[in-house]
Design a protein around this ligand. Structure first.
Ligand SMILES: *Cc1c(COP(=O)(O)O)cnc(C)c1O
Ligand SMILES: [Zn+2]
Length: 419
């Protein structure tokens, strides 16, 4: 059903979103800050009644994720509300990288250009709208680093208090980016999985009353933000799905929601229904999903992360089993690369395309190269690789510096062998 312009937003605060639905048993719930099924503990996700959505409607929208608001659980007037307004980041035609790896057509979806320099602004933007609707006063999260910055910034702009939780020992840039917006930043002595457990306890306690944890009690809404990556890639390819896509995996949410986004575009007739293959990418030092894939298991054995790709360092990924299903269904796979290859791939992407990726982008690009090396990806097929964060956040991962330091004279420049 199309939403009448006169309908009060309080009635349609979730736009086309109609219910929460259990991913396991299909049980439906009202749109509330609920994240697990009462019957089977399965994760809940937003169900929709889309009505008619046209390419023209979308193309005439704002140059950010709100152009897709008719596909998202947000108020109809969302573009007028204070929000970071992320999205519509470049889909870089990567001809030089394609030539180096032997692809006919390769693009890099470069999401480093979002307001806080990672893809997390997309998911937080949707969670903020839900938090506003539910009347939460504090925004919170358990974060591997990028989410903390995205929540801090969004809380500042939208007028929430914030208190975010990170594992101790994160990259300095991520800590500064989380703290500069003025909210509380709490480092937990432990890894991300400890942080996440602690946050679950907080939610159940009176201390956490009025708190919207974007990736816990607001997770069904948060997750939907990742669909905008799918919509943008399709629109930027000229309303076409890519044939192959490489996606990083932390909790696995982004990968499952990109698949959901592609499926919606097909169902709505916005793109042609053609097969696509989804490849998941992890760092070897935190590769529970890739291991399960290799061993043909459908349960994920949790691991203790040890990798420079800290933004992906989730040892017990909630959406891991769904990632395995999607890789299987689409004819893709789940792969891992070691930290040395991650660094190498960061350099490769920088050297060929002028894109400076954070370690997560090194993971996807490294996996892309590994798939080519092992002959397990079709280099004739239209392929997209995601870079989800900015290299400036993980500067210490790359050892790069000046070529030489010389006195300001032609003689010195020549003597140093630089002429
Ligand atoms: C959080 C994050 C991801 C993916 O996270 P999921 O939990 O799998 O959705 C990817 N890249 C970066 C840089 C991130 O910060
Ligand atoms: Zn259920």
């Amino acid at each position: 059903m199309a939403i009448a312009a006169t309908e009060p937003t309080s009635v349609r605060s979730f736009g086309p979103g109609t219910a929460l639905s259990c991913r396991e048993c299909g049980q439906r719930y009202e749109l509330t800050p609920k994240f697990a099924c009462e019957f089977c503990f399965g994760p809940l996700e937003v169900a929709y009644d889309f009505g008619t959505v046209t390419r023209e409607d979308i193309e005439s929208g704002p140059n950010n994720i709100w152009r897709y608001r008719s596909l998202l659980p947000v108020p109809t007037n969302v573009a007028e509300l204070p929000n970071m307004n992320p999205g519509l980041t470049p889909l870089v035609r990567a001809d030089r990288l394609a030539a180096e790896l032997g692809f006919d057509s390769l693009h890099v979806k470069d999401d480093s250009g979002n307001p806080t320099h990672s893809f997390k602004d997309r998911v937080v933007a949707i969670a903020v709208e839900a938090a506003r609707t539910f009347g939460f006063t504090t925004l919170s999260c358990s974060s591997t680093g990028n989410l903390a910055g995205a929540v801090g910034a969004a809380a500042a702009r939208a007028g929430f208090e914030s208190c975010v939780f990170i594992p101790a020992g994160l990259e300095e840039a991520k800590v500064v980016m989380a703290a500069v917006y003025g909210g509380k930043v709490v480092a937990i002595d432990g890894n991300y999985d400890d942080v996440n457990r602690f946050c679950s306890e907080l939610i159940g306690d009176p201390i956490g009353e009025g708190w919207g944890f974007v990736n816990v009690n607001l997770r069904p809404y948060y997750g939907e933000g990742s669909k905008t990556l799918a919509y943008e890639i399709a629109e930027q390819l000229g309303w076409r799905l890519p044939e192959q896509i490489i996606i990083p995996i932390a909790s696995g949410s982004q990968l499952t929601k990109i698949d959901k986004g592609f499926q919606e575009l097909i169902k709505l007739g916005l793109v042609e229904d053609r097969p696509y293959r989804i490849f998941g990418a992890q760092a070897t030092g935190c590769s529970p999903v890739a291991r399960a894939w290799e061993q043909g298991h459908d349960v994920i054995q949790p691991v203790k992360p040890d990798t420079i790709a800290k933004s992906l360092a989730i040892g017990n990924p909630a959406d891991g089993p769904y990632v395995l299903d999607i890789a299987k269904r689409t004819g893709g796979s789940v792969e891992h690369v070691g930290d040395d290859e991650v660094v190498d791939a960061i350099r490769l992407l920088a050297r060929t395309e002028g894109v400076f990726a954070e370690t997560a982008g090194g993971v996807t690009t490294g996996v892309l190269r590994k798939l080519v090396r092992e002959g397990r990806i079709d280099t004739k097929a239209e392929t997209v690789v995601l870079n989800t964060g900015d290299g400036l956040k993980t500067l210490n991962a790359v050892d790069a510096g000046v070529t030489a330091t010389v006195k300001p004279s032609l003689a010195a420049f020549t003597a140093a062998g630089l002429a």
